[in-house]
Design a protein around this ligand. Structure first.
Ligand SMILES: O=C(O)CCC(=O)C(=O)O
Length: 259
């Protein structure tokens, strides 16, 4: 699915933007679904997901971030996306396995003008796994420029291994100021997919534009990896997205609740 150059770049950088993984019209349809889900949810739930540690120096007043976890329980369009062969073909090339499980997925809408930033972090503390195989893909459902608060990532940071994080529900890099200057912005178009490892330092800026930024984020793991802490359960976790189950995942109830 991917070229050897793309796979090599992923291993070098710890992230890879795959342009045009979805057609523009597919991204546009999913964007409409995402915004309709968010409107329905907002009638009944709090959809706010700004990190307690987020601070947006450039925004006057509070920032906002809408989220919806487990999007496949809200629209079948996202069930289909979960097993999209283009997405999983690329994931398989990058993860080096053809047996891939769902960890969780979520929609994010960063509203115009005051969309919340994400502080720099690695993903592993949110769901520690024995082999750190967990890999994310952000599918962009509309354009993500620097002004709209696109992702920023530190190239090569996955080679540093597990770094110390602060926080209890959201985990952010303890020593983020040293890494801020190293982060590069990864702007994307609708339909582009950004893959990154759970060890890659990343975050994103505030949305200062006049349009929402809309993304769907899928977290996957290799089927022969397993959680070491009972943290971040979600419905459908462990579902085979690609290949077959090698049967090692311990039940969450057998795991400690802290690392
Ligand atoms: O989509 C973004 O802006 C960043 C999301 C992110 O860093 C995360 O969910 O771990």
């Amino acid at each position: 699915m991917l070229t050897s150059e793309q796979i090599g770049l992923y291993h070098e950088q710890g992230f890879l933007l795959v342009p045009g993984l979805l057609e523009a019209h597919e991204a546009a349809q999913l964007r409409t679904e995402a915004h309709e889900i968010m409107k329905r949810l907002a009638l009944n739930h709090d959809v706010e997901a700004t990190w307690s540690s987020a601070s947006a120096a450039d925004v006057d007043g509070p920032t906002a971030l809408q989220h919806c976890h487990d999007a496949q329980y809200h629209s079948a369009a996202f069930s289909r996306l979960l097993t999209d062969p283009r997405l999983l073909g690329a994931a398989s090339d990058l993860m080096g396995t053809s047996d891939i499980q769902l960890h969780h997925n979520k929609l994010f809408v960063k509203p115009p003008g005051n969309g919340s930033p994400f502080p720099l972090h690695q993903d592993w503390p949110f769901f520690p796994h024995a082999n750190d195989s967990t890999t994310a893909v952000i599918v962009h459902l509309d354009e993500a420029s620097e002004l709209k608060g696109c992702v920023r990532a530190v190239s090569g940071s996955h080679h540093d291994g597990r770094l110390e994080h602060s926080g209890t529900s959201d985990f952010f890099l303890s020593d983020d100021s040293a890494r801020e200057a190293e982060a590069t912005t990864v702007s994307a178009k609708a339909g582009d997919a950004l893959f990154f490892s759970c060890l890659t330092i990343h975050g994103s800026g505030p949305n200062l534009s006049d349009e929402a930024r809309t993304t769907w984020l899928l977290q996957m793991r290799a089927a022969d990896d397993y959680p070491t802490v009972d943290r971040h359960r979600s419905p459908g976790q462990g579902m085979m997205l690609l290949g077959t189950n090698t049967g090692r995942t311990p039940p969450p109830s057998s795991l400690p609740t802290t690392a």
